[in-house]
Write a protein that binds this ligand. Structure first.
Ligand SMILES: Nc1nc2c(c(=O)[nH]1)N[C@H]1C(S)=C(S)[C@@H](COP(=O)(O)O)O[C@H]1N2
Ligand SMILES: [Mo]
Length: 373
């Protein structure tokens, strides 16, 4: 790559940590303006309405013509395949309702703040994805003995910390063929919109967003571990310069629809005295949600919310609805908190689980509220 050396230096620097009192920069604002969250009032919907699902794009949204698009299946397989959209769509299809969350969700609230896409807590959304199970396409190609990883490459291209690349991520073979992963060409029963990966993306239920490769053009079955940037350098849980553990499945999180109405600038909620039903959603990519607790006194005490019965028609990958009645007597300020627990016993922490890139941080949500008389 040829670059003026000043550009080269600034873009190849490792991800930076903000100084203690450092404000958000224009670079962070630029990312935040491109990559939007889901307004939390949209937690009311079972399936996030079009345009309200969060969005994250590392580079540019590539312009892909569905008529000339091809998917190559290559590498450690018996038969290399090249599929056009019609060929892919002619295979048996499935639909899954899946909650996605970006691994960087909550990053902007960390202290010190890792400098990257500055998410608050809104990097989430739920959609119905329709497509062909990845396992069926891999079976058609015939995975050879000795395969370990399957890499997925998108049509988007950029440079990240000095490394020029097509966006690519891998799954271990066992995760790729578990029957849950889809090659999806429809979102909410309509063709994928450009920003969500048209014409075809990967949908790996339960995994953080980085695994959901958009604008998919190549699937490479590998007989050695994939060592691409997004697996080996980005998306690692680390405190310093060590390699760190990979970011994988979504840790539990509960979010609440902010009650009352907001102050325009501070977003502080104004609530009247009396009875309110607090509502929200909770999810985990590891196991079903078993408990949601809510605090209405800034974390001093917790009560159990009621979980809506799980709908067997929906499957296990979508968020679960919860609610709790709140009788508000005292005027003044308080904070509302909520936290989820899953069947494996993962509980959301009240204190921040800090790491250098601000990944998989599922610290509880806090909603400042002013109760008026
Ligand atoms: N090709 C490609 N796929 C990608 C990305 C990307 O930048 N390029 N971003 C990933 C990340 S980090 C997230 S969180 C999800 C976001 O999916 P969405 O924008 O459809 O919500 O897409 C993933 N897939
Ligand atoms: Mo992400």
């Amino acid at each position: 790559m040829t670059q003026p050396s000043s550009v080269q230096n600034s873009i190849s620097a490792p991800a930076r940590i903000a100084d203690a009192d450092e404000a958000l920069s224009l670079d962070e604002l630029q990312l935040a303006a491109r990559n939007h969250g889901m307004p939390l009032e949209a937690l009311q919907y079972d399936v996030t309405p079009p345009g309200l699902h969060y969005l994250l794009v590392h580079y540019d949204i590539p312009f892909v013509d569905p008529a000339t698009w091809r998917l190559a299946v290559t590498g450690h397989v018996a038969r290399e395949l090249t599929l056009d959209l019609a060929a892919l769509r002619s295979m048996p299809r499935q639909t899954r309702r899946v909650t996605f969350e970006c691994a960087g969700n909550g990053r902007a609230r960390l202290s010190p703040r890792p400098i990257s896409q500055p998410w608050l807590t809104e990097a989430v959304g739920t959609a119905e994805w329709t497509g062909v199970p990845l396992a069926a396409v891999l079976a058609e190609a015939g995975v050879l003995p000795g395969a370990v990883d399957v890499a997925f490459t998108g049509a988007d291209h950029g440079v990240e910390r000095g490394v020029e690349q097509d966006y690519a991520r891998s799954l271990h073979l066992s995760d790729a063929v578990d029957g849950e992963v889809l090659l999806a060409d429809e979102m909410n029963r309509a063709p994928l919109p450009p920003q969500h990966g048209a014409p075809v993306r990967l949908v790996a239920p339960g995994w953080y967003g980085m695994a959901q490769v958009k604008w998919l053009q190549r699937i490479t079955v590998m007989d050695r571990p994939f060592d691409g940037f997004q697996n080996v350098t980005a998306y690692r849980l680390k405190k310093g310069d060590e390699a760190g553990d990979p970011v994988t499945r979504i840790l539990p999180r509960a979010l609440m629809v902010p009650p009352g109405f907001p102050d325009f600038m501070s977003r502080i909620r104004i609530v009247d005295r009396g009875r309110h039903t607090l509502r929200g959603r909770a999810w985990s990519g590891w196991a079903p949600i078993t408990r949601v607790e809510v605090s209405t006194d800034s974390g001093a005490s917790w009560g159990d919310a009621e979980l809506d019965p799980a709908d067997p028609g929906v499957g296990r990958w979508a968020w679960r609805k919860w609610s709790l009645d709140w009788d508000v007597a005292a005027e003044g300020r308080t904070e509302l908190l909520c936290r989820a627990t899953d069947e494996l016993g993962h509980v959301q922490p009240v204190d921040q689980p800090w790491n250098r890139q601000g990944m998989a941080n599922n610290m509880v949500q806090r909603i400042p509220v002013f109760v008026r008389s």
